[in-house]
Design a protein. Sequence first.
Length: 110
Amino acid sequence: MALGTVQVNKFSWNKKLTKYVKDGQPEEVMQLFQQMQQEGMNPDKFTFVQEINASAGLGALEDGRLVNEQLIQSGFRVSDAHFLPCLFTCFGSCMRFFTLLMIYLCPSPL
């Protein structure tokens, strides 16, 4: 896909998502993630990590749960070392440690 004359790829999306997370702009991460999917770009593990971090930054438990479901549907393992720390932060910030435990023990959509 092209944005003006610039070719946008998954790396470009992830780089921008990472910048928004580091700059403390979780709303922009959520918007960009939706735009990315609307334009047909499938998230990879790096994309999901940034989306989970944004959910944690917003204290958005439902968004975190939806990302968890997408993760599983995309064939990723929730217990992967990339995802577990982010999920811990997300569900921990929402005071949902039981949910985190269930995700780890029973990696299927809750």
